[in-house]
Design a protein around this ligand. Structure first.
Ligand code: SF4
Length: 670
């Protein structure tokens, strides 16, 4: 049979949302490459997706429903039919509902697939069921809060505008790992003479792109922003006209807050010298159109929302929000491009059910009462690996009375604890529609290949479960394509003028940005709200991070070869990463009597995790770094990094605090 090329989209939780060209022969994807016609990703993919066909057709793919036969966590199952799997699930749920009420059932999902239909397919079903709702806050809600408090619903600048900036600040972002296509614009800016800064807590691979790398103490970023604003005011490097016309609260911040952040004090918070802070402020103040790209990691401290809020205020001081090529990009908001209420169907809820924060799954499974969680339904997520406080999560998953269903492509750490495992399609096997959070493209996908084995999409499974529970709403009798057609039939101002024909053909198309995005700020006052009267703290200030009881701050950075726990099925990628390393500064290693390659254990009040030590000056003293989330069966010990991270939440937004933990490290003696 001849080959054909089908357009698709990378489904993973990444702001780039790359366009794919999938080469298909005899019903199999034989090659996946970047779509050169994608306006933002331009035909290249990251190292993880270059061989996506090996994930899709991996011999490790689950291809039949499974029923547990061994102990929870043992991974012992036997195949069953879909009919039996659905019957067993709905019968057990009916019993749980009769005994405890429907809130004893908890869904668990996040962004294992980013397609709007498949990602959210469980919402209507669980709303109709009356299950507990999940507060899906594991990533960066504090970052969203920090932006919204100051900028409201204002659109972020187009990421490609960075190419026109003369000072690019990569603040807490390892873009090679998490936003690689943004670097296209950064490199163009550099070629045109721009200066590139990296502000981070350790020297990531981005240091080689940057002209200057500024290493700050973990969690001190907010104080640096306030210190820079102090100096911009002191040295009159501010844009008076812009501040007068477009900013609310400049005078109040200048009088009430900034006097507390002179460089000598900010130096103590950040670890940067007073002179360095002075030179940063001067360079920022005289730049024509400085552009800040903010990562998500720095919002994952207890002070995350306030830190982001402080940084988002900074460009207002120099009028950068009003200049093309300037401003701050935390993420693009394309939320209004489709009428998501038609997918989420909150109206199916007979009453508002309780909400459980996904970062507190360990607590919910072990301690929550009224009613206790009696069933967990996990789809495109691997909470045993990615959720904080792994020991408590695993304790909960091991409960014999907890009825757990996992719908997945692979036998993940979580699937091993399931009572029933359901095989899931990959993104190449179902229809979906995508929008990005790092650019302004939208794209439609159709199946490129038939489902592998007996796998089914989220949409199909929730329809089966709905029928099994006797839900008669026509909504559950439509296909994913029907729902996509319905979504597209609803007009949105954000899609006005977009290229409908190209979109229908599966091409990525950009939605047009409002022409007045740099002068009309979508806040209640119409101005940038440095002072936001609705907040309990109307002005930003510096909140210190968590103190902790152990000598090292643990940074859980992203890996180049995995995305959270996705891609860990790929041996080729694991081999490139080599091992589950803990990175440490040479001076700290010497004090500890440790050497490169030593097996070590990092520990704190929550647990302990084995690593291989990597000694490098790229890590500052007092910090240790563990990149990536490994599956348990690939770890050097019985736990992975999230046995060390806490269920504490961010100051606002209920976000995770993956970066705000302390540990000590000991060597493993024979
Ligand atoms: S993970 Fe990100 S960079 Fe890699 S292919 Fe997917 S969208 Fe593109």
């Amino acid at each position: 049979m001849s080959k054909k090329i089908i357009r698709s989209v990378c489904p993973y939780d990444c702001p780039d949302t790359c366009g794919l060209l999938v080469e298909v022969k005899d019903g199999k994807a034989i090659k996946v490459s970047g779509d050169p016609e994608h306006p933002f990703t331009r035909g290249t993919l990251c190292v993880k997706m270059n061989r996506y066909q090996e994930t899709v057709h991996s011999p490790l793919r689950l291809n039949r429903p499974l029923l547990r036969t061994g102990a929870k966590g043992s991974g012992e199952f036997r195949p069953i039919s879909w009919e039996e799997a659905i019957d067993r699930t709905t019968e057990r749920w009916q019993k749980i509902i009769d005994q405890y009420g429907s809130e004893a059932i908890l869904p668990y999902s996040y962004a294992g697939t980013m397609g709007l239909i498949q990602r959210n397919a469980g919402h209507p079903f669980f709303h109709r069921l009356g299950a507990s709702r999940l507060d899906r806050t594991i990533c960066s809600p504090a970052k969203e809060v920090g932006w919204k408090v100051v900028m409201g619903e204002t659109s972020a600048p187009h990421p490609d505008e960075v190419a026109e900036s003369d000072l690019v600040i990569l603040w807490g972002i390892n873009a090679v790992a998490t936003n690689i296509h943004f670097l296209h614009g950064v490199n163009r800016a550099k070629q045109k003479g721009a200066t590139i800064w990296l502000i981070d807590t350790y020297q990531t691979v981005m240091s080689s792109t940057a002209d200057q790398t500024y290493i700050v103490r973990p969690g001190s970023d907010g104080s640096l922003a306030l210190g820079l604003m102090y100096l911009l005011v002191r040295d009159d490097l501010i844009d008076h006209d812009f501040l007068a016309a477009h900013v609310q609260g400049f005078e109040e911040l200048r009088e009430k807050i900034l006097p507390d952040y002179p460089p000598e004090k900010v130096s103590l918070f950040t670890g940067l010298s007073k002179e360095t802070i002075e030179s940063m402020a001067k360079a920022y103040g005289i730049a024509k159109n400085p552009f800040i790209r903010l990562g998500s990691g720095l919002s994952r401290y207890g002070n995350g929302a306030m830190a982001i809020r402080s940084i988002v205020c900074l460009p207002a001081f120099v009028g950068a929000y009003g200049k093309r090529g300037g401003g701050c990009l935390t993420g693009t908001s394309t939320a209004g491009v489709f009428a998501m209420k038609e997918v989420l169907r909150e109206d199916f809820m007979a009453k508002k059910t309780r909400i459980i924060n996904m970062n507190r799954l360990g607590w919910a499974l072990n301690e929550l009462k009224g009613p206790p969680v009696q069933s967990l339904y996990v789809y495109h997520s691997n909470p045993a690996a990615v959720t904080p406080d792994q020991n408590q999560v695993l304790r909960g998953l091991a409960r014999e009375d907890l009825f757990t269903i996992v719908h997945e492509r692979f036998m993940t750490d979580t699937a091993r604890y399931a009572d029933i495992v359901l095989p899931s399609t990959s993104s190449l096997e179902h229809s979906d529609v995508y929008r990005s959070y790092g650019n302004y493209c939208i794209q439609l996908t159709k199946p490129a290949i038939p489902p592998v084995g007996e796998s089914k999409s989220n949409w199909e499974v929730f329809c089966l479960l709905a029928h099994g529970m006797g839900f008669n709403e026509p909504f559950f009798h439509q296909t994913a394509d029907d729902l996509i057609d319905h979504l597209l039939s609803i007009r949105s101002p954000m899609r006005e003028g977009f290229d409908r024909e190209a979109f229908s053909m599966g091409k990525a198309v950009e939605i047009p940005l409002p022409s007045d995005a740099r002068t009309r700020f979508k806040t209640p006052s119409g101005k940038i709200e440095i002072l936001n009267p609705k907040e309990s703290y109307p002005l930003p200030y510096y909140l210190p991070p968590y103190e902790g009881d152990y000598p090292f701050r643990l940074m859980t950075g992203p890996s180049l070869y995995a995305l959270n726990s996705s891609f860990r099925e790929r041996e080729d990628l694991r081999k490139r990463e080599k091992a589950m390393f803990l990175q440490m500064n040479p001076a700290d290693a010497e004090v500890k009597g440790m050497r490169e390659g030593d097996p070590v254990i990092a520990f704190n009040q929550l647990g302990e995790v084995s690593f291989i030590l990597l000694v490098t000056p790229k890590i500052p003293p007092g910090v240790v770094v563990a990149e990536g989330v490994w599956w348990l069966n690939h770890c050097p010990g019985p736990r992975s990094v999230n046995a060390l991270t806490s269920q504490r939440l961010t100051d606002q937004g209920g976000g995770s605090t993956f970066y705000d933990n302390t540990v000590d490290v000991r060597i493993v003696r024979e």
